[in-house]
Design a protein around this ligand. Structure first.
Ligand code: MLT
Length: 394
């Protein structure tokens, strides 16, 4: 019998959005080797790991060098010391979760894709549009049907549930990538009520939670009454503490989340034990240090630095009279391309005219056409220079 590859890969774009942006940037660089390109495209951090994290990792490396303190395989679900620290962090904003509801991973992106292993085949996923492309791509790869909830200027990029629409999985990212919009506790309660009524499960991406500064916005879906019977939350140290290259995240699966006698927490543990061997001890010790008083102070300083970058971008756009959202409770600024330009057209304009790389909104879905995303994760110098160039160009 002839072997067949997964033909669902025909349903997704040939290249991943950020790979496409990188390839186009590389082509430009090859043609213009002298150019001084500033990258405000992919949301990759630029500040180094906090000193408290580095100290913890150094000490863990020393432990690994001694016979008595060396560690081999760790627990599939993560070391207790880190799960306890995460539990304490949730407690600091009033959310009660148990340590065995927390699963440490190598990042939210992997878990958001891998979680589909515990769902039945052939279902329908409801995904907001525009959206982080990973949700759509992983669903299509798995042969699931994808339907969209429109996030537009009309609904402040925060769609509410529509009881005429049914899906078994719902993806919500808040603060949102790419729009920067964030649900209030009340807005999120509507989704939780809807999921509990329809039996759907919400996959809640909280990777940007630490950027929230406005009161009344949801920091975790588990702040919402009833979420423990309908939601899974994904979080990450990437944007919060600069772990994009170090890799560490966590997923919270309440023990109360059950469907037809199957328990999501147990299924995920079983899945992880089979397909995952845990995050390295050194990295988990570094992640634990994020939750110490010193670690929190240091990472909050870094977050404030990025937020000031967002302000620099926002001020520049204000001067140009360009409409945008985000940047306040999020590291992303979502702007309307001037002169009704298309997203990729604006990408080319900025790259050729200002040597600034951003992310075309169209890459996040059909509602992203005509929009553009800039990230606040660059250095201050680059952010200031990029805005000076954009102001000159436009
Ligand atoms: C982004 O730029 O949207 C993010 O960096 C992507 C990610 O976190 O994987």
């Amino acid at each position: 019998m002839t072997m067949k590859f997964n033909s669902h890969f025909n349903d997704i774009n040939e290249s991943y959005l950020f790979a496409e942006v990188a390839a186009r940037t590389q082509t430009f660089r090859a043609a213009n080797p002298e150019s001084d390109i500033i990258k405000l495209g992919i949301g990759d951090v630029t500040l180094p790991l906090a000193p408290a994290v580095i100290a913890a990792m150094r000490s863990a490396v020393s432990e690994m060098s001694e016979k008595d303190t060396f560690r081999g395989y760790g627990p599939y679900e993560g070391y207790d010391f880190l799960r306890e620290s995460i539990r304490g962090y949730y407690g600091s904003f009033g959310v009660k979760i148990a340590a065995d509801e927390i699963f440490v991973s190598d990042g939210a992106k992997s878990d958001l894709g891998n979680i589909l292993d515990i769902f039945s085949e052939g279902g329908t996923s409801l995904i907001t549009d525009p959206v982080y492309p990973v949700y759509v791509d992983t669903n299509l790869m798995a042969g699931r049907k994808v339907i969209f909830a429109d996030a537009t200027e009309q609904n402040d990029f925060l769609p509410a549930p529509d009881y005429k629409v049914t899906a078994d999985i719902i993806y919500i990212c808040s603060p949102n990538n790419p729009t920067g919009a964030a649900y209030t506790l009340k807005g999120l309660q509507e989704w939780v009520d809807y999921a509990n009524k329809t039996g759907a499960v919400i996959l809640y991406d909280a990777a940007y939670e630490s950027f929230i500064s406005d009161g009344g916005l949801a920091r975790s879906i588990f702040q919402i009454e009833g979420a423990e019977t309908c939601a899974i939350e994904f979080c990450s140290f990437s944007k919060t503490a600069g772990f994009t290259g170090t890799r560490c995240g966590y997923t919270v699966i309440p023990k109360a989340l059950e469907r037809e006698g199957l328990n999501a927490n147990k299924l995920w543990l079983r899945r992880q034990a089979t397909k995952f061997n845990g995050v390295s001890y050194v990295v988990q010790r570094g992640a634990e240090a994020v939750f110490t008083a010193e670690g929190q102070k240091q990472i909050r300083e870094n977050l404030a630095y990025y937020k000031r970058n967002a302000r620099v971008i926002a001020d520049g756009l204000d001067e140009l009279g360009i409409k945008y959202t985000g940047g306040k409770n999020s590291p992303y600024i979502w702007l309307r391309c001037p002169d009704n330009a298309g997203s990729w057209q604006f990408f080319d304009l900025l790259l050729n005219g200002a040597q600034v790389v951003g992310t075309p909104g169209a890459g996040f879905g059909k509602n992203g056409e005509g929009y553009f995303r800039l990230t606040a994760f660059g250095s201050r110098e680059d952010t200031v220079r990029a805005m000076q160039r954009i102001k000159k160009l436009l």
